[in-house]
Design a protein around this ligand. Sequence first.
Ligand SMILES: [Zn+2]
Length: 219
Amino acid sequence: MTAEAARAALTEAARAALCDAYRTLGRRGLMGGSSGNVSMRHEDGMLISPSGITPERIEPGHLVATGFDAPAPGASSEWALHAALYRADPARGAVVHTHADACTALACLNEPLPAFHYMVAGFGGDDVRCAPYATFGTAALAETAVAAMRNRTACLLANHGMVAAGPTLEAAMAAALDLEMLAGQYLLARSAGQPRLLSPAQMGAARKRFRTYGANAPA
Ligand SMILES: [Zn+2]
């Protein structure tokens, strides 16, 4: 196989994987129509979902290859958010952004997801921060998200939704699905009473165990 053919095969595989991820977000109810977007680092830039396509209609050919300096035609309106997250951390290989119900409900309270469950430690800290509100699609939103994601794999976006990232598409998807599950559980617990939060020492012990047994692996 020539180098060019190998590159084309890699691109094709990346498009198929991203397309699958987009469909999965739809099937799992995280998409709210076509409100989410997914990307993965590819060559010198990224492959990103197009703006305004439903998970039922997306095909691998719809994914848009673009650099980090300016969006290629058809790229998601949140292109700048994805680009800023890749620029801020070279270890990030994929980014998922959605308006999933539970995450968005909590983000609309402008509250972080606190240490109510040990799995919150899987995102890298004692909570999942909520980035302050900024207009969608702007560099200001990208900046607030980068700050809230420092040393973390996810954050909430006030009055908007959530972002998750990881070294691989699988890791970013797992973080997004876990975060939505946990946000739902937290809101359910809040509706029944005041959840008891874990201490920093208890969260530290959970993080240590995650490092040994693999991030976000429920035990
Ligand atoms: Zn959004």
